[in-house]
Design a protein around this ligand. Structure first.
Ligand code: NAD
Length: 233
């Protein structure tokens, strides 16, 4: 299985989380992306997510996302567990994708649990500062996991199950600092890391490649194509 983080999407023009040019270098996450902020000032949280959803929808999958879809096509990858909310793995053609921090696909009603599609949420945001549930009029919450919120239980359980069954976990573009996801590699029999810069678990990895995700994953697919050209697509 593959575990991805924000680093796989930087080559699509989406800033990551912690580097000097990351999103949180400019805004305080607790002011715009935490449960406390949402209870206190949901309109401010939606002001942030409105811009974020528009910019994520404008991004395109990059060669790293496409290479992982190709590895699944070749039955070398069983599933991707991603911390990303940008939907780029599915847009690249990956089929088994577990989104452990939710995604921008929907927004949820905290009261009646209705799930609203992003297009309808964005349409509402054109006319009001925060979208409301069409059934009970409660303010909707972004479908992503906010700071201070529990992870979607089904997704994290599935991720642990995949990690325990995996012969090898490939970690791509994650600093492995956000728990509980950062503990997943330790559940697998072995894991390899492709990341620019160090991760919290480098010392425990079987292999660490400090390089860009796109160049590394596309080189891997090219090498496999040379080794078995008959199965190249
Ligand atoms: P992180 O920012 O903590 O770590 C990203 C890592 O990727 C860093 O070590 C960075 O040096 C490395 N990196 C950056 N560009 C790279 C590249 N081209 N190739 C290889 N490595 C590269 O991100 P994380 O571990 O995913 O942190 C988790 C949180 O970030 C999650 O909660 C996630 O929801 C959120 N997030 C998601 C997105 C997204 O959906 N694209 C973007 C930003 C943050």
């Amino acid at each position: 299985m593959v575990l991805t983080g924000a680093g796989i999407s930087t080559e699509s023009g989406i800033p990551d989380f912690r580097s000097a040019t990351g999103i949180w270098a400019e805004v305080d996450p607790f002011e715009v992306a935490s449960m406390r902020a949402f209870s206190r000032d949901p309109e401010r949280v939606w002001g942030f997510y409105r811009t974020r959803i528009h910019s994520l929808l404008a991004a395109e999958p990059n060669v790293g996302h496409l290479a992982l879809a190709e590895l699944e096509e070749r039955s070398l990858v069983q599933a991707i567990v991603t911390q990303n909310i940008d939907m780029l793995h599915r847009r690249a053609g990956s089929r088994e994708v577990v989104e452990v921090h939710g995604s921008i696909r929907t927004a949820e009603c905290p009261n009646c649990l209705w799930s609203e599609q992003t297009a309808d949420v964005l349409a509402q945001l054109e006319v009001r500062p925060a979208p409301v549930c069409i059934h009970c009029r409660e303010i909707l919450k972004p479908g992503v996991t906010l700071f201070g919120e529990l992870l979607p239980p089904g997704a994290i359980e599935r991720a642990v199950e995949l990690a325990r069954a995996a012969e090898l976990m490939l970690v791509v573009g994650s600093s492995l600092e956000v728990w509980p996801v950062a503990g997943l590699p330790l559940e697998a029999r072995s894991f390899a890391v492709v990341n620019r810069g160090p991760t919290a678990l480098d010392a425990r990895a079987s292999l660490v490649i400090d390089a860009g995700a796109g160049e590394t994953l596309s080189a891997l697919v090219a090498e496999l194509s040379r080794a078995s050209p008959q199965s190249a697509s």
